[in-house]
Structure formats: structure tokens, C-alpha cells
Design a protein around this ligand. Sequence first.
Ligand code: G6P
Length: 617
Amino acid sequence: MCGIVAYIGQKDAKPILLEGLKLLEYRGYDSAGVAVLTDAGVEVARAVGRVAVLEDKLEQQAKSGKAFAGTLGMAHTRWATHGGVTEINAHPHQDDQAGIAIVHNGIIENYAALRKLLEEKGHTFQTETDTEVLAMLIGELYAPSEGVDLEKAVQAALREVTGAYAIVVMCAQEPDVLVCARKGSPLIVGVGNGEYVVASDASAIVRHTTQAIPLDDYNVCRITREGFRTSDLQDEQVSPKVMQIEMDLEEIELGGFTHYMQKEIFEQPASMRNTLRGRIDHNEGKVVLGGVAGFAKELVKAKRVILTAQGTALHSAMIGEYLLEDLAKVPTECEYASEFRYRNPIIEDGTVVVAISQSGETADTLAALGEAKDRGALALGVVNAVGSTIARETDAGVYLRVGPEIGVASTKAFLGQVTVLTLISLFMGRRRFMSQVECEQLLTELERVPTKIESILAQADEIRKVTEKYVTKENWLFLGRGYNYPVAMEGALKLKEISYIHAEGMPAAEMKHGPIALITDGMPAVFIANRGAQYEKVISNIEEVRSRGGHVIAIATEGDDRIGNVAEDVIYVPDIPEPLSPLLTVVPLQLMAYYAAVARGHDVDKPRNLAKSVTVE
Ligand code: G6P
């Protein structure tokens, strides 16, 4: 949600900032801006729309002699929270007296009270944003003649603030200093040779350096070309934790694909092989999970598991609930993190709470995790982004290892989450009730999934043609049962997110309790009708839709020659034991959503109003 990149070093800052913004654009893209410290002071340019619009604007300005030449600067790509999407509300924001410029991710909750106070002191505001309030507050406190330099002014301002922030601040009066800080919103300081790249996301740093310091909450970092100092808000020095960014450049490049979402769908066989690598012990018919090995006893004895997440990750949690009860025989529930955190949940002895998150930064999931920890639960993370806040805040966890996911609509991370939840279920199940033979059979099948996904991807063109037949329809249903009910939810979410078609996902049986009233002539209904315990029941539900004029698209098991008699279109997936079936059935639904969005001419990787990582409640 919003992207920050800042640079201090020997090189020209502008191209580095623009390149960084493009890599971060997936985090927010309604407006963008840049500030560079030049000989003339702080120069700022902002534009509504994509980074490309800002780039054009900078080119025009360069032609009229404003080159933004300087070796210290900051930039921001915005996803509006406070204030409309206008140029004036775009970041960087400035104060009205000290020459302060700031970029900010997050929300300052007490901004209205602070603004009133600052207005009483005579400050005049240009924008409706909480960020400008922070710029003014830092400017108000800045008093170099009294020993309050930029670092101290930032510390003092942040002591007054409630809310979440990742900020980078610069000041015309201290032309060789960048100050950054975080609370609740990620910020990483990339440490190069005589240069530093600060960003909200490692992808904007990795081209420059792989050494980085992920800031902790309430850390303030003062950076000059000679070095940096990390402190807390009381100015006590903090020892920085240096980490290595493990990310290949190819992982953040399109590599011949048109869209990141397309690339990430097609990457799934490889990403799933990565998720599984080294985690299966065939000799013992066991799962090996280094990240939770220290808590194996607690997991084996767990009395209850609560899975919590938001968005697509919640759908993987819903599948996790089926997997854990079915394979590990542990009572499990699954809950939106946003609800869990506020509803005074009961956590008894032996409760394990698992937070599932691609980014590891989702505000509600993070807060749910905190609530669970405070109440004494063992807190585990199923996270993709290495070193992210959730990964660091949990007692233990299992990384997805699917590489950076850039398309806003999550695909390979979902597959990674379901794979990890399957591994955790087998890890616990085998140590609780499952025989070696039983576990080994499922593990062997699990290892075959990537190849089976390849065979589904090979049908992409067929899937595109089926999708294009229905792409003008504005209302779709997605229906499934058992393990594939959450897949139906995920299929509907994917379609909504990027093609803006209204879609509902639900258990197939639930349709009769209301949604059936919506079925009209030609309405597409996607049924996940693979072979499984409830196959016959799904066929009955298909008949109910057909008899009301709906058009059925069935996701069915290869070799099912009956389904063609009841469905207009059939997409086949290979046969697989039912607990593993979501790993296959979701893939055609991802492709359908992708092709629908392309056919409708949408910007697949940057759907309207969405953000990749939601770091506000
Ligand atoms: C946003 C994204 C979704 C994602 C959800 C949870 O809404 O657009 O794709 O599923 O956040 O994100 P997380 O990073 O916690 O998995």
C-alpha cells in the first residue's frame, strides 16, 4: 500500500528514484511524486496517475531547465487513504517554514487534533492529508540553533503521533541527511558502498545492494553518505540488524510475459517445487519443516488451531481448516483477522494461531497476531515475504518460498499457502494419527502436483476461449463443495478483482437458499465438479442451474465423460486425492479471471482501487 523509495549517495538520484517507483508501483498507483535536493533547494514534482505520467512531467520540466539534479531524494507512489486523488494530495509533502519534505505510508490517526494545534500556531495547510500535518509538525519542532536537528525533530514529532507510518524526511537546511522511521508499515534501509537506498519493499533495493536493515517499530535512522545511526524515539541508540536480501532480478522482471499476473500463474509449477524442496522425507513418510521444528511438541499436542488472514490468504485458510481437521484431526477454525482482533476471542491452553499472509504486512493480520500472542497462543506464520513484520513477530513459521509476487491479484502465493498448510497438516497428522504409508501416499501425490499444473497450463488457450464466450456477462456464480468451496470463493474474488465482473462464490448447496433467484438465461455458473465424495451432489446442483437457464462451466476430472452432458463447457484437471484437489482446481479459475480482464481491456496488474499490501485497517 503506497511505495516509498529514497536515495542518498554519489549518483544522480532522479533516475534511481523513478526506476524504484516503477518497481513499487504495484503497491499503489493513483498518484506519484518525487523530491530532489538540488542547488536551488528541495524541488518537488507530483502527478496524478501512474509513474509514467510523473516521468513525462519530469521530462517536460527538464526541457525547460529544471533538471532535478541532485544526489539525495525521495519518491512515493500513492494509494489514497486521506484526501482525494489529486496532485496536491500526492506525496512528497512539505512544511511551510523549515524546508522539510516527507513521504509517508500509513495513517496518522490523531492528525486532525495535531492540525488544529498547528493552525493555532499560524501554519497554513495546502492539502487535506495527514502527511502534510506530519511535515508541519517536524518543521515546527525543528530548531537547529537549539540543538534540535532533523533527526531530533523527527523523533520529537513521532512521540506526538498515534497511528502507523513509514516515513522518509529531508530538509533543505541539512542537505546531506536523510532521516527515516517506521511504526507498523515496512521500511528497509539498503546499505551500499557510500550510498543508501531506502524503500518500503526490497524489490526497489536489490538492484543496488543486497545488504539491508529492516527497521523495527519506533526505529529512527539518520543516514549520511558516510554512515548511518539507528535510534528509538527517545534517541537511545539501537543496534541495527543487517539482513541479506535474497531475491533474483529475474523474479521482479516480466521476462517475456505481458503481465505479472500471467507470469505468476505460469510460474506456479516452479514456485510449488520450491515450496516443497527439502521438506519431504520419503524414508520416514514425514514432513520436515525447519521453521517449526522447535515447536513440534506443541503442535502435536495442540488442542485447537485458529487460522487467520485477509483476502486470498483467508481463502487458503479456509482450505487449511478442512486439511487440518481431515488430515491432522485437530479442531480448527478460520477467521478474518479483522474480526478476530476485535471480538475478544477465547484462547485456551493448547491453542495455536496461524497468521497467513503473502506480504507479511497486512495490518489486520498483524493485529490479530498480536491479540493472539497477548492471550498466550503459540503464534505461527505462513508468510511469503522474508523478514516481513509478521514473519518477525511470530514464534515460528513456514515460508512460502514462491518469490516476490507483484501482480495485485494473488495467484502463486495462494498456491504456496495451500501447499504449506497441506505440509503443516501432514507434519501434525503423521505425528498424531497418520500411518507412515498413508502419509507417504499423500506426499508422493503432493510432489506430482507441479507436473499436473503444467498440464492445466498447457490448456490455457482453451480456457481463454471458454472465458471469452461469457466475458460480456456482468454476473457470475462460482460453486463448489467441501475442499472446493473455498476455491469457488477464490475464483469469484479473482474475477471481481481484475475484470470488475460481479461474481459470488459459495458452497454449491447454499445456492438454493437465495442466490438461485439470480439465475437468468445465460448467466455463467462455474462449478468445481471434480471427482470426490460430493460429486453426485454437485451434479444435482448443476442440473438446478441448467433448468433455470444458467450456463454451466465445469472444472472436472480428466476421464469424466458424464459431465459433458450437463455442462456447456468443461475444463479438465488431472485426477488427484481430494485433499490436494484445490491445488489444481484453482488454476483454471486464475486463468479465467486473467483472460476475462485482458478481454475487457483492463490493466491486469494494477486493478482499480486495489493495493497489493493493505497496511491500514
Ligand atoms: C490485499 C491484496 C490481496 C491479498 C490481501 C491479503 O487485499 O490485494 O491479494 O490477498 O491483501 O494480503 P496478504 O499480504 O496478507 O496475503
